[in-house]
Design a protein around this ligand. Structure first.
Ligand code: AMP
Ligand code: GLY
Length: 419
């Protein structure tokens, strides 16, 4: 088989790594990929958003299966275009990906089908939004409707902040078209867990739980990032909670999407808050999470290509998905300054000294004159398995200590919350 992976971050490196283990796969391509992915796949210089070029590439190179990593091409309709050209592709259609592409849509869906989530209202008018905020009180959460690369959510602890967030979104157009509507919702308290599930629109197979670390500094301080690390499993996510999530959230959402004439195939990602009143949905994503994928896929025992093909064929009920018992931890190493401005092109050293049983997934890296250099905010995801979380933490940090690049920073407390 010839497989094409679309994207070029840590998530896509983990996907390429897992796909490369399938005995059925002869060749892997990745668009655009990165330096680490280049060790396992042929990187091709097409951005993930250039859908027509990707279709052309897949047709010309007789690609048997395309796997889409990021949300932007999904919401632009990459899956629809591939299907229209008779190409097999893993991911939701544009109408199904709206569950991530529009928070207003996903909130309305949850309200209509009684899927547990924070109380909310959607506004296009500034005054109405502000009146609702005053009625709701603080803390509250103000969100831009559309995709904003994880930056469109403001958790507000003062009335001033909340009112300013509305102005930023609706008047200042800080998020462009993504901010033509604003969602104001109740603040939820608890621990966050990410639950991803494979689904063909009929069968839903949850993966193992994971926890992201969104804030840039230790002890969850500082601004939000794309994710500074992750671990799996999340011990707070008990069997009892899982039963509720599986039935009332994952299963219910896939049925709801079917009911709306938007059958969802691919990976449904539920960002959950485990509140005193049970698990509630913070957001849905229409894809694998990053960095969560970097801790979830190393725990997957089953051939991922078999699973993906079954999803595409609508035969996921025929697959038995198995997991390793070990825990996994991923520590993200980031460029100096990230998540604000940062420089690129710093030489990365020490990769060859990382112990063999530690996985280094590349995110923002590229090859430059035979050296590997930084090429993004999140640079590497250093990942290890252990017989328990403490073992995995120790191993991952043993890997981190070997690696160096100018200005690098990483959190020292990944996984600590779970111990
Ligand atoms: P989202 O992109 O909607 O998941 O929001 C990003 C982050 O904002 C989440 O991971 C939470 O940490 C936080 N967040 C979003 N919605 C809420 C909420 N209703 N209550 C508390 N925190 C929230
Ligand atoms: N880890 C958060 C995300 O993938 O959106």
């Amino acid at each position: 088989m010839r497989v094409l992976v679309v994207g070029g971050g840590g998530r896509e490196h983990a996907l390429v790594w897992k796909i490369s283990q399938s005995p059925r796969v002869k060749e892997i391509y990745c668009a655009p990929g990165n330096a680490g992915i280049g060790e396992l796949a042929r990187c091709i210089n097409i951005p993930a958003e250039n859908i027509d070029e990707l279709v052309e590439f897949a047709l010309k190179n007789k690609i048997d299966l395309t796997v889409v990593g990021p949300e932007v091409p999904l919401t632009l309709g990459i899956v629809d275009k591939f299907l229209a050209n008779g190409l097999k592709v893993f991911g939701p259609t544009q109408r199904a990906a709206e569950i991530e592409g529009s928070k207003a849509f996903s909130k309305e869906l949850m309200a209509k089908y009684q899927i547990p989530t924070a109380k909310y209202q959607v506004f296009t008018g500034v005054q109405q939004a502000k009146d609702f905020i005053k009625e709701l009180g603080v803390p509250c959460v103000v969100k831009a409707d559309g995709l904003a690369a994880g930056k469109g959510v403001m958790v507000c602890f003062t009335l001033e902040e909340a009112l300013k967030a509305v102005d930023d979104i609706l008047i200042e157009n800080k998020f462009g078209k993504a901010g033509s509507k604003v969602v104001v919702e109740e603040f939820l308290e608890g621990q966050e867990v990410s639950m991803l599930a494979f689904t063909d629109g009929k069968t839903v197979i949850p993966m193992v739980s994971a926890q992201d670390h969104k804030r840039v500094f230790d002890n969850d301080q500082g601004p939000n990032t794309g994710g500074m690390g992750a671990y799996s499993p999340a011990p707070v996510y008990t069997t009892q909670i899982h039963e509720t999530v599986e039935k009332d959230i994952l299963r219910a959402t896939i049925d709801a999407m079917g009911g709306e004439g938007r059958p969802f195939k691919g990976v449904l990602y539920a960002g959950l808050m485990l509140t005193e009143n049970g698990p509630k949905v913070l957001e849905f994503n229409a894809r694998f999470g990053d960095p969560e994928t970097q801790v979830v896929l190393p725990r997957l025992k089953t051939d991922i290509v078999d699973i993906m093909e079954a999803v595409v064929a609508g035969e996921l009920d025929k697959i038995n998905v198995e997991w390793y018992e070990e825990a996994a931890v991923c520590v993200v190493m980031a460029s100096g300054g990230y998540p604000e401005g940062y420089e690129k092109g710093k030489v990365i050293t020490g990769l060859e000294k990382v112990p063999e049983d530690v996985l280094v997934f590349h995110a923002g890296t590229k090859k430059d004159k035979g050296q590997i250099v930084t090429n993004g905010g999140r640079v590497l995801g250093v990942t290890a398995l252990g017989k328990d979380l403490q073992g995995a933490i120790n191993k991952a940090y043993q890997g981190v200590e070997k690696i160096d690049f100018a200005g690098m920073h990483y959190r020292k407390d990944i996984g600590a919350k779970a111990l």
